[in-house]
Design a protein around this ligand. Sequence first.
Ligand code: GLN
Length: 538
Amino acid sequence: MCGAVTRKYIFVTGGVLSGLGKGVTSASTGLLLKSMGYSVTAIKIDPYVNVDAGTMNPYMHGEVFVTEDGGETDLDIGHYERFLNIDLSKKNNITTGKVYQSVIEKERRGDYLGQTVQIIPHVTDEIKKEIREVADEQGADVAIIEIGGTVGDIEGLPFLEAARQMRLEEGVDNTLFIHVVLVPKLSTTGELKTKPAQHSVQELRRIGIQPDILVARSIEPLSREARRKLALYSNVPREAIFSNYDVDLVYEVPLILREQGLHSLISKRLRMKYCEPDLSSWIDFIDKIKNARKQVTIAMVGKYTRLKDSYLSIIEAIKHASAHCLLKPKLKWIEAEDIEKGRVSAEETLEGVDGAVILPGFGIRGAEGKIKLIKELRESGKPTLGICFGLQLMVVEFARNVLGLDKANSTEVDPSTPHPVVDLLSMQKGVIYKGGTMRLGALPIRLIRGTKAYEIYGQRDVVYERHRHRYQVNPRYINKYAENEFIVSGFSKEGFPEIMELRSSKFYLGTQAHPEFKSRPLQPSPIYIGFIKALKKG
Ligand code: GLN
């Protein structure tokens, strides 16, 4: 059996440009080691000054991933959770903002009394402490630390310096540097060019880090020549150069890295016992996705649809549940503002669509467009899943068009509505700070027997799902909805509606929580399975 070794730290850096898929490379490396029997954790370092990702626009950074303990983190934490099949903590996402916040707090408390507080050693010490603490608390044999951004960014320097110091302190047998680079292909000559990668390795070496392994991202497998050049100029042996070429599914990346022997090289280099990785269930999952022939078309109704990463966990949850049901999902992205502005009609938009997800969101833009679509969906009986803001707008639509409360709204959209069917959570009243103040993380939902939700969750009385919201469905109106078949099937501990469903429908259900954050390739979210099953025709 493999397992229990002196702790190993694997640092993953990136060169040439951002958005290369370092997160998937890190997660895949983790999965290979985990499948060998080691316990693995993964940490994402984000060198921005925000304390966490919670205050960032999804258009800039993609979705905000919510952890069990209510962290608002980078979406790479989602990749790690899905690949490693573990729950991570908000501590697994370290940012410049967090590091400086604690250094400054310590300075004010007098912990550094008499000293001049500096980036080296105080900030770098704090970074190392946070990395070690996470690895310790999570009892990891291996901690994978992905340093966000690109080598050469000014803001990344203290983190790279901390990583360099850790090699000295932990020893060469316990630390490893993987550098992920882009190897572009010239369209004119069809050649794979290694020069940008060479420069980025030089940049890394200039700050004292010689990578042990290079992972080259390219649109096709690396040629022998490209591999030879990369090895020569980067001072990395040829067998330590791995080709991470474009594949259809991110879940295939661990397999292509395994094929090239990444796991055996790492185990040799870090003096870890070798055990053959067992990836059989992972491969089964990929086979299910690839072999699914029956297609279902799902409308994805949102307002950040131009950047699909804004809804990454939802897309993945749909993939997991579809693989489970042996269906092939085709996503049709619908920008709610197009409907709001009358550029397309709700009816037209839903042509050929089997069902829809009303995506989460904030603010006024697009809300009326979503409501129009929801009406169409409810009336046509197409399976509909509302997530968070999606549920809230399903309630607004129902209040307006079934109960006849014309001006019903969420107070987030219309603060002076006469019928506040969705209103600010009472615990939010008086909250001024925006960072980390929403109702966040895994919280209990009490399910009502006899409802669809109760069945979907396997007849459990209480389930936990992750949350991220400031508003809630106003319980004052729920009897009126119930008289019209729109019932509450799950309540929060505080007593407000968490899940609502239309009794007579095949699947018309909204949830205040975000079940997608707990969906894993081998353990899809029950709510998403329920939705996908309902799309099965005939
Ligand atoms: N804007 C809504 C709220 O704060 C919904 C949030 C969401 O969809 N995550 O409650």
